[in-house]
Ligand binder design. Sequence first.
Ligand SMILES: Cc1cc2nc3c(=O)[nH]c(=O)nc-3n(C[C@H](O)[C@H](O)[C@H](O)COP(=O)(O)O)c2cc1C
Length: 619
Amino acid sequence: MGGCSCDTTTPVRRCRTQRRRRVRRLGPTKWGEGIRQTMVIVGTDGGIKKVCKDVSPQGHAAGSDLSPEEVVMAYHERTKHHYHRSAASLGYMDWATQPDPCRRYAGASLVRLPLPEAGRALPYWQLYVADGPAPAPLSIDSISLFFRYALSLTAWKRFHDTTWALRANPSSGNLHPTDGYAILPALGAIHDRPGVYHYAPQEHGLERRADLDPVVWAALTAAFPEGSFLVGLSSIHWREAWKYGERAFRYCQHDAGHALGTLRVAAAALGWKLCLLDRVGDDAVSQLLGLDREADYAGAEREHPELVALVVREQWSSDRGLCLSKELVSQVAASRWYGTANVLSSEHGVDWPVIDQVAVATTNRRMAADEDFSRFPSEEEIFAAPVRSGACTAESVILGRRSAVSMDASTAIAAATFFRMLARLVPTRDGRSAPWDAIAWRPRIHLGLFVHRVNDLSPGLYVLARDPEKVEPLRKAMRGEFLWQRPPSCPPGLPLYLLKEGDCRALAASVSCGQDIAGDGAFSLGMIADYKDTLVTHGAGFYRNLFWEAGLVGQVLYLEAEAAGIGSTGIGCYFDDPVHEVFGISSRDWQSVYHFTVGGPVEDTRLTTLPAYNLEDAR
Ligand SMILES: Cc1cc2nc3c(=O)[nH]c(=O)nc-3n(C[C@H](O)[C@H](O)[C@H](O)COP(=O)(O)O)c2cc1C
């Protein structure tokens, strides 16, 4: 059990859409964090409403005179956890206002997707290679499988009379701020006209939000190969802020990154490619997904636009930074729309204005043209062991992925397994390997590793530079006395270095908010972002991309751990500056943005696992 109090059994208010089934969802009670800091009480319509006082870390009012970059940096500083002061949050679980994890659009028709037969034999390793499976035709069955692997429920857990759902995509506190969308052509059993759909995970169905004019659809996708479609993601900040307060914006971005990873992997399982359309700005994403439709959200929590990505059935090397024409996007927005969003919490006991401020500040980013990967390693250079092999199926790994709530403090992994997991995190020069082919930018996230139990490898601190050209800048940024030694038997193309030998189990747990899972696994890590340079180069909006990239790294590690027969867990709760101190990082240029742990999981035998979609039958 983690060092933070872990109360996985607290019953919570039932999900409104689940009431009839007497199903309860379990609150995110595993890892508590934070305390409320500066609150003022103001009267609202007959009630009391708490508003977090809006100050920068230095105590200045965060106002419009700050540049977007300054707003972002101030947000990042004030949402750091310190040993003796956590980022501002309510400080207790306000169960009465717990948000519903199920967004639904009343009045939008629901197309139920046929549940795919289990047992697809596609080998797991094929998800990552450019010459993967033959592309599946676009149909209701393939769309169903796509969402099943990307965003669907994968299990229910039960403890006494409390039941809660888990999904293919992980989520900070299981709060699931991320909602998924698809913009599809006319498709057999789905609809005879193109449309915009919201994915409803609990029903495994698509809610038809808008009818698209076939002419508009054809023009919108004219530059893409036949049979392409778009997927989109939004975040409902309140879902995370309800528990985590100001730090919640970071978690929403992590979760979006994990979901981008599950979408890319789901596409790979169908032989499809997926790439983020970086240059489609937030306003256009809002218009495409209908998030800007005030009336549809009257009284309901708004969804913040995250991204749209293109899914193609064939190798496609056209300009990845392709924009969608403003004119056509406006025509999508002018379509006929259906449905009004449900209210997720009857009231919000507290507002966190800094989340709105950082959301506004991160609206715009400057994307470079496709970056140069020619000096990255090839698949052969980066993987020592034959990598195109393995007994696991893609499906068993994708649907079986789970967060470990506790690690056994004994399981050791082979060095080859460790190297292979890390190699998956480095884009290759030839095709860049999934999921890294989904994003256009070179890695900005590097790993500071705490190695505890890897056979034939000294325990200690290590670093993985995910961009080989960042070895030197990292060496300069980190503690001068570090060793920078190549571990024995490390594949030549893997930029992994031993920094310092020693037992760092207690240290790892300590900087991960005292959570034992960080010390009891085989290894844990902090994801060190090339923070300042990235914000200067790409603008404040790229703050979100850094967290997406961290989420992608985490998603690959989740799958790799599952494939290796062990467990893993994302760690959003860590003490920011103490992590920097461990690696001797004294400037703000590099910042840790996420933690992760991998090791031998301990099952919670008090819990019963139930199937995702036939709970009634299982009874
Ligand atoms: C961004 C992120 C941060 C997380 N942080 C923690 C953490 O600090 N401690 C922890 O025990 N679990 C953490 N988790 C794991 C979640 O609690 C877990 O994903 C969620 O309960 C759903 O379970 P599942 O991953 O098995 O689907 C985190 C997950 C994500 C995606």
